[in-house]
Design a protein around this ligand. Structure first.
Ligand code: NAD
Length: 329
């Protein structure tokens, strides 16, 4: 198969080159896939895309005109793909359903520990010869209530980590799971989760129902001084309302690996540019906000698995095998 890879970085290229044993001809593009770059797929059988590529109806129509037959997402989420348009154009969509749920769960826990114990600030202070402990006081995680929204693959690893710290874990999911209950977790309503949690961590997908799941109303129900962590998808949170919640101190800690408007910012070095997004600039200005740029997945193990499964998906399509990782509409 000849495959155009979009939004590629050095770490994508090295892991795909390591795992592609010559079966597929890969062209790596740094640019995002959108209506302007779709023409780069000319002569290709498939595209391989990532979280911020634009696979909207118009792009998909163009892909079809260039005779692309497969969209291989090298990620778990597919909220940026218009599945109906793909089906209309007879283009199949495959993904990597689980590459390392541990990687994302561990990153969520890293955000919690860093925000709480302020290790990022301590690191900078000590390097400047400032050994003061003023304003570095944290809290014990032991016996704190952690609310987990979405108890799928990542949510379950995250629960095990938080249980390891001795936290009381409660959860909300549309489909409560017995394996989660067996870990000693009680399922509660979303309102109860908001009211009772000291820390809330989001691990559900972005869908029409979960868009701005955490908005003005949800913030008004939260415990004063709560910590909110999002390693799932940015638009689960209404970020403008998050800024208000930080200002009125409902939120005392905010840790995000994903951001609603991340596609114009994340995965790029903009250190010499002027940031035009006032909301993220405001967020960055808070001392109790920690932002990482969608790196939850970024471990060696996850990159290996992403490459192996994506290349397997391409081969399965080429050899007309059952597409076990096809995204159904
Ligand atoms: P999963 O499908 O295994 O689990 C998702 C869970 O959310 C399921 O239990 C599902 O029932 C539940 N859910 C669905 N709709 C819900 C709703 N309206 N309210 C509450 N729960 C709901 O998915 P996963 O592998 O655990 O991944 C979770 C999310 O993490 C993905 O959708 C993706 O957006 C995100 N993710 C982020 C990164 C990163 O690098 N930061 C990497 C991988 C995945």
């Amino acid at each position: 198969m000849k495959v155009a890879f979009f939004s590629t970085k050095s770490y994508d290229i090295s892991s795909f080159e390591k795992h592609n044993t010559g079966n597929h001809e890969i062209i790596f593009y740094e640019s995002t896939l959108n209506t302007k770059t779709a023409k780069l797929t000319q002569g290709c059988d498939a595209v391989c895309a990532f979280v911020n590529d634009h696979l909207h109806e118009r792009t998909i129509k163009l892909l079809s005109e260039y005779d692309v037959k497969l969209i291989a997402m090298r990620c778990a989420g597919f909220n940026n793909v218009d599945l109906k348009a793909a089906a209309t154009e007879n283009i199949k969509v495959v993904r990597v359903p689980a590459y390392s749920p541990m990687a994302v769960a561990e990153h969520a826990s890293a955000l919690i520990l860093t925000l709480n114990r302020k290790t990022h600030k301590a690191y900078n202070r000590v390097r400047e010869g400032n050994f003061s402990l003023e304003r570095l006081t944290g809290f014990d995680l032991y016996k704190k209530t952690v609310g987990v929204v979405g108890t799928g693959k990542i949510g379950q690893y995250f629960i095990k980590i938080m249980k390891g710290y001795g936290c009381n874990v409660i959860a909300y999911d549309l489909y409560p799971n017995d394996a989660v209950k067996a870990l000693g977790v009680s399922y509660v309503s979303m309102d109860e989760l908001l009211e009772q949690s000291d820390i809330i961590s989001l691990h559900c997908p972005l869908t029409e129902d979960t868009h701005h799941l955490i908005g003005k109303e949800a913030f008004s129900k939260m415990k004063k001084g709560a910590m909110l962590i999002n390693t799932s998808r940015g638009a689960l949170i209404d970020t403008v309302e998050a800024v208000e919640a930080l200002k009125n101190k409902t939120l005392e800690y905010f840790g995000i690996d994903v951001y609603e408007q991340e596609e114009k910012l994340f995965f790029r070095d903009l250190s010499e540019n002027i940031i035009m997004d006032d909301v993220i600039s405001r967020l960055i200005s808070f001392p109790n906000v920690l932002i990482t740029s969608h790196q939850g997945f970024l471990t060696h193990e996850a990159l290996d698995k992403i490459a192996e499964v994506t290349l397997g998906n391409l081969t399965a399509f080429e050899t007309e095998e059952h597409l076990e990782n096809e995204v159904a509409i």
